[in-house]
Design a protein around this ligand. Structure first.
Ligand code: HEC
Length: 96
């Protein structure tokens, strides 16, 4: 019995840690977005006609990775690490 309870407690704790770190990813992603993407994609990622940039709400890490690797518009953000791209995607997923 004692064992079963501690196993449940452990599982609950792991879930908590996982969801906290997801929130942390999005928070870091928001900082990167504001610093490096908002100038062109707008403060809420909705895109900006003046810079001819589309909405990037909900873009995945794969899409971001492909764009920063291939689009000349993204020379200034080429050096983002895979972790930073993942954090950005976590933040973009929170935009509606
Ligand atoms: C200098 C302005 C500029 C900056 C800075 C910029 N973008 Fe862009 N972005 C554009 C433009 C213009 C396009 C559309 C043309 C293209 O893809 O080159 C675009 C397209 C994209 C697309 C593809 C959207 C689609 O629907 O195809 C994604 C994803 C994207 N940007 C993500 C980002 C992220 C993430 C950042 C910050 C790390 C960023 N961009 C910074 C100008 C910019």
């Amino acid at each position: 019995m004692q064992k079963a309870i501690s196993r449940i407690a452990l599982a609950a704790m792991l879930c908590l840690v996982a969801s906290v770190s997801r929130g942390q990813d999005a928070a870091n992603g928001e900082k990167i977005f504001k610093a490096k993407c908002a100038v062109c994609h707008g403060p809420d990622g909705a895109g900006k006609p003046a810079t001819k940039s589309p909405s990037i709400k909900g873009k995945t890490a794969d899409e971001i990775q492909r764009v920063i690797a291939t689009s000349p518009k993204h020379a200034s953000v080429k050096s983002l690490t895979a972790d930073q791209v993942k954090e950005l995607a976590a933040y973009l997923a929170t935009l509606k």
